[in-house]
Design a protein around this ligand. Structure first.
Ligand code: GLU
Length: 294
C-alpha cells in the first residue's frame, strides 16, 4: 500500500489536514506500506516556502513519519509536459485564449463541479488560427471533453469505474461510475502554471505509485476527472477514500483562513501533537469541532 498526504503550501494547515494526514499515515503503517508527502506547489503565485516548513513541522509534532524525501510538484514539470504531449497527440487538447471575463460574460456558461463550464468558444478554431494566436497570445490548454468521452466509449466498454473505500458512516461506498462530462472542457495547463490541479494530481499519483488516495470529501467530484485522465493516459486507478470534512465551533467547514484551527498555532502554544494524532486515529475531535454530515 502506498498513500500520500499532499498539502498545498498556500496557508497554514488546520485540523482537517491533520485528520487527512493521520488517515493516510495510519492506512499505510497498518498495512506495512509507504506513506509519502507531496507538496502541491504548482501554483507559484500562491505557494510560500514557510508553509512547507510549517507543514512538515506540524507532521513531526504529531509524531507522523514519512518515507523518502517530500516530493515537490514544481520539480515534476517534465512529467506534466509528457502527459500533455500524449493527450495532444491523441487530439484531445485545444488552446484557449479566453479570459475569465470573456467566460463569465458568456450567457451560456453554467457552473459544474470544477467551476464555470467552459462555453466552448475556442474549441473549433482552425489549426492555422490556433498556431497564429498561440505565437502571440496567452493561452491555457483545455481537454475536449466530448472527444475524450468518445475515446473512452471506444476503449472502455464498461465505462469508467473507480472504487470508494469511504468512511464507515459515509454514503456511496463501493464501485463508482465516473461522470467527468459534468465538468465540461477542463483546463489541464493553465496560463500561469504548467499544469492544473487535476492534471498535476493525477500524474503525480501515478508517478508516485500511489495505491490508495486518501483525501477530503470536497475532492470527491475531482476523482471523476482523475479517473478519466488515468484512462486516457493508460495508468492504473488507485482506490479512493474521501474522508469526512471537519467543521469548526461556528459549524462551518474549516478553511485555511480559520486561524483558530491552525495547527502551527497549537504546536507553538505547547499542545501535545501526538495526543491529537491519537485522538484523530480514533475519529475523535477536540471539543467544539465536528464532522460535517455526509
Ligand atoms: N493539494 C490539495 C489540497 O491541499 C490536495 C490534493 C489531493 O489530495 O489530491 O487540497
Amino acid at each position: 500500500m502506498v498513500t500520500r498526504f499532499a498539502p498545498s503550501p498556500t496557508g497554514p494547515l488546520h485540523l482537517g489536514h491533520a485528520y487527512c494526514a493521520v488517515e493516510g499515515h495510519e492506512a499505510a503503517r497498518g498495512a506495512s506500506g509507504r506513506f509519502l508527502i507531496r507538496i502541491d506547489d504548482i501554483d507559484g503565485s500562491r505557494s510560500r516556502p514557510q508553509y512547507v516548513d510549517a507543514a512538515l513541522d506540524v507532521l513531526r509534532w504529531m509524531g507522523l513519519d514519512w518515507d523518502d524525501a517530500p516530493i515537490f510538484q514544481s520539480a515534476h514539470l517534465a512529467h506534466y509536459q509528457a502527459a500533455l504531449d500524449e493527450l495532444r497527440a491523441k487530439d484531445l487538447l485545444y488552446p484557449c485564449f479566453c479570459t475569465r471575463a470573456d467566460i463569465t460574460a458568456s450567457l451560456s456558461a453554467p457552473h459544474g463541479p470544477s467551476g464555470i463550464i467552459y462555453p466552448g468558444t475556442c474549441r473549433d478554431l482552425s489549426r492555422s488560427e490556433q498556431q497564429r494566436r498561440c505565437a502571440s497570445e496567452a493561452h491555457c490548454w483545455r481537454l475536449d471533453m466530448a472527444k475524450a468521452m468518445l475515446w473512452v466509449a471506444a476503449h472502455f466498454s464498461q465505462g469508467l469505474i473507480w472504487e470508494e473505500a469511504g468512511d464507515g458512516n459515509m454514503a456511496g461506498k463501493g464501485p463508482q461510475r465516473a461522470e467527468p462530462q459534468t465538468h465540461g472542457d477542463i483546463v489541464l495547463a493553465r496560463k500561469d502554471a504548467p499544469a492544473s490541479y487535476h492534471l498535476a494530481s493525477s500524474v503525480d499519483d501515478a508517478v508516485m505509485g500511489v495505491t490508495h488516495v486518501i483525501r477530503g470529501a470536497d475532492l470527491r467530484q475531482s476523482t471523476d476527472v482523475h479517473r478519466l485522465l488515468q484512462a486516457l493516459l493508460g495508468w492504473p486507478t488507485p482506490i479512493y477514500h474521501h474522508h469526512l470534512l471537519i467543521c469548526g465551533p461556528d459549524g462551518r467547514r474549516l478553511a485555511k483562513r480559520n486561524q483558530a484551527a491552525a495547527l502551527e498555532t497549537w504546536r507553538q502554544a505547547g499542545h501535545d501533537g501526538r495526543r491529537l494524532a491519537d485522538q484523530l486515529r480514533q475519529h475523535k475531535l477536540p471539543t467544539g469541532y465536528s464532522f460535517q454530515k455526509a
